[in-house]
Design a protein around this ligand. Sequence first.
Ligand SMILES: Nc1ncnc2c1ncn2[C@@H]1O[C@H](COP(=O)(O)OP(=O)(O)O)[C@@H](O)[C@H]1O
Ligand SMILES: O=c1ccn([C@@H]2O[C@H](COP(=O)(O)OP(=O)(O)O)[C@@H](O)[C@H]2O)c(=O)[nH]1
Ligand SMILES: [Mg+2]
Length: 197
Amino acid sequence: MTGDSSQKLFKVVFILGPPGSGKGTCCHAIQKNHGLIHLSAGDLLREERQREGSEVGALIEAHIRNGTIVPVEITCMFQAMRAAGDSAKGFLVDGFPRNQDNLDGWKRQMSGKVDEKFVLFLTCPTDDCIKRCLNRGEGRSDDNEESFRKRIDTYNSQTLPIVEFYKKQGLVREVNSGRPIEQVLEDVERVFTEAGF
Ligand SMILES: Nc1ncnc2c1ncn2[C@@H]1O[C@H](COP(=O)(O)OP(=O)(O)O)[C@@H](O)[C@H]1O
Ligand SMILES: O=c1ccn([C@@H]2O[C@H](COP(=O)(O)OP(=O)(O)O)[C@@H](O)[C@H]2O)c(=O)[nH]1
Ligand SMILES: [Mg+2]
């Protein structure tokens, strides 16, 4: 039989963890070493927010400041994956899916098209996370104490259940990112190597 069975599946690794846990930093290192494409859901939303004529820019900014999660239809993850196309060895999907709406939207659009390899789950004490966010130096409108508190509440109430969902499928690989970056990256590298990357 031919047809859809010959279609190449997108290899995907999800990166989840609290704000400031080091998701972007780890993706940056892994992408360089393994030829994977890094797609940060937050970066994609910030890009759309900046786009001239965007009809959803103000809505995105309100969610970002408030630490709440943008409806999945607006998150440009799927388009970005399609745009990267066949040349990619795989995708590092950073900071997504963050809640049940994200997960439902992902399944609707991507089931049968993706090979979900694992979830890299970064754990880091909240005190370290807040310090890192406040010192990030990117001028982000959500890197202030008030927004951080809201983001961490959203993370605890909405994102941790998604991690649990993947844990039940045996897909979660946990790394303690509350340590010096060299140590974190050594463990992260090991997880990718063990997964055949
Ligand atoms: N292990 C680490 N130790 C100290 N600082 C770190 C570590 N990992 C990342 N950082 C710094 O913390 C800030 C947040 O990291 P980032 O990768 O943007 O996290 P996230 O994407 O999870 O919000 C950045 O300024 C980054 O350089
Ligand atoms: O799939 C996503 C990813 C991010 N965000 C929004 O973008 C913000 C920043 O996300 P990012 O991943 O950049 O933050 P980080 O965890 O890296 O600090 C979040 O708090 C949300 O408001 C969202 O709505 N949907
Ligand atoms: Mg990030």
